[in-house]
Design a protein around this ligand. Structure first.
Ligand code: DCT
Ligand code: MG
Length: 473
């Protein structure tokens, strides 16, 4: 953001910018590609406290742009270099001497918290475009802990580490020194124990607690079992308590009460489902479905959603959305499609068949199929979801199934704060009393994703930018 711009940060010697603040500021600047220089004469921008005495500023007149630290934090929050106007120290001083209306940001204790929170990007994730994860070394450790506790069914710890990973991803400075670690104490949601873990990761490059969990065979078994499609923490724990130790043990079970039909499919393709699908193969799979649909109901629109639409190089599964202008015909096409593709051998196993839709009842509807497909013997078996939505709600479905999950959660949360409820089937005004919906309006018409963003007062976010916080190191 500050590409190549040269900064001089004025602190100490009566400049009134505390040293911890100056350290954080320098880090923020460096994280956003600024060049820090050691004397003001060679700087493009000088940063000093709003209360730096004029006499001190005058000694640095060779640097014509002198702004307050807020210009840096506000620019980072805005995701672009803001104009200097409104942050220039001379202007601030004039206002202050005229009316005393500008309170001392450095001195007012009410602003201390806000000031330190400026190292945390406060925007909703769906607004924080271009935000990057500067501390992936820390957030990935917390995410691993989140997944382990999810497999162990420990909801509270799962939630704690998920939240902590989210906070770490939103930091606008790289955490490297003890000062950086200390500054985390000021952030709500990061308690002492979590900050201690950050310190250990920063100092040693890893976390002993995570190593210990990963070295425990009971825990690795539970984690493996919980990864079987159709099994979660409680099934994994039940299997372990029955004495099963490996996937092979489970495959040998024929009792449907112990391993159900979907889990059996999950076990059969355990390795295939755990292997990511290259984009080119996703396209070949979608083409198969398009061709079959052409024969059944010409004019269908098929969009590959999920991580593919976000531009990822590999995908965990294939997420297809289908629509057609004729709602009645659309409603019956999915079952016909499934039987056609099963007959041809492309769909090898069914995990969840679509229910009956009800287009005549006037409510928005959708149909969903989950299964397994395989292009040919030279390819792996892949998870495929095919979902059908009428045209008038297709934009909501696109938004929902493009993800990422984090982006969608964020946009739904933002909609809620603005008095809306957003789903894959529409967006409506709601009134909540004590968090309970007491009234819900008709869904607004949005025929494009752009229209949904407009309605929410959000700048459009292209699918490729909906991966929140890609790592930069
Ligand atoms: N989705 C969601 N909430 C969830 C799960 C999914 O909003 N709990 C939405 C967002 C993404 C979309 O559905 C597709 O889901 P997945 O296929 O699970 O995720 P993906 O982003 O496509 O990633 P992957 O490459 O792993 O399939
Ligand atoms: Mg997917």
């Amino acid at each position: 953001m500050f590409d190549g711009l040269r900064f001089y940060v004025l602190s100490g010697h009566g400049a009134d910018l505390r040293s911890t603040r100056a350290i954080l500021l320098k880090k923020q600047l460096k994280s956003h590609k600024a060049v820090l220089v050691e004397d003001s004469a060679s700087a493009d921008v000088l940063i000093a406290s709003a209360h730096c005495p004029c006499a001190v500023l005058n000694q640095h007149q060779s640097c014509p742009v002198q702004v307050s630290p807020n210009w840096v934090s506000e620019s980072i929050l805005a995701g672009r270099k803001l104009p200097y106007q409104g942050f220039l120290l001379r202007d601030l001083k004039e206002i202050e001497t005229e009316s005393r209306s500008v309170d001392s940001l450095e001195e007012d204790p009410r602003n201390q918290k806000e000031k330190l929170d400026s190292i945390l990007d406060q925007r909703h994730a769906c607004e924080a475009l271009g935000a990057v994860n500067l501390n992936a070394n820390i957030s990935t450790v917390f995410e691993e802990l989140e997944h382990i506790y999810s497999a162990l069914g420990d909801k509270w710890r799962e939630y704690t580490y998920k939240k902590a990973a989210g906070i770490i991803k939103r930091l606008s400075i790289v955490i490297e020194t003890e000062d950086d670690v200390q500054s985390l104490h000021e952030i709500r949601g990061l308690g002492t124990k979590l900050v201690d873990k950050v310190r250990e990761i920063v100092r040693t490059g890893s976390l002993q607690k995570l190593q210990n969990l990963k070295a425990d065979p009971k825990i690795t078994t539970l984690c493996t079992f919980a990864q079987v499609w159709g099994a979660g923490a409680s099934t994994a724990s039940r299997w372990a308590s029955m004495g099963f130790k490996t996937l092979g043990d489970l495959e040998a079970v024929s009792d449907e009460q112990i391993v159900n039909r979907q889990q059996r499919i999950g076990l059969r393709y355990f390795e295939d489902f755990g292997t990511r699908i290259p984009r080119a193969e996703v396209e070949l799979i979608a083409e198969k479905v398009r061709q079959a649909l052409d024969g059944l109901l010409p004019g269908c629109q098929v969009v590959i959603c999920g991580s593919y639409r976000r531009g990822n190089q590999t995908c965990g599964d294939v997420d297809l959305l289908v629509t057609h202008e004729n709602e009645e015909k659309l409603q019956s096409v999915l079952r016909a499609l499934i039987s056609n593709l099963s007959d041809s051998g492309f769909l090898t196993d069914h995990l969840a068949m679509p229910s009956e839709a009800c287009s005549s009842c006037g409510q928005p509807w959708s149909l969903s199929y989950m299964g397994v497909c395989c292009l040919d013997d030279s390819h792996r078996h892949r998870r495929i979801d095919i979902k059908v939505y009428p045209q008038q709600v297709f934009a909501f479905a696109l938004l929902h199934f493009t993800g990422s999950e984090h982006f969608c959660r964020s946009i739904r949360h933002l909609a809620k704060k603005k008095g809306w409820t957003l789903s894959d089937l529409g967006i409506s005004k709601v009134i909540r009393v004590n968090k309970q919906k007491v009234w819900k309006g008709e869904s607004s018409v949005c025929l494009t994703e752009q229209a949904v963003f407009d309605l929410l007062g959000l700048a459009y976010v292209a699918p490729e930018q909906r991966n929140i916080f890609p790592d930069i190191r």
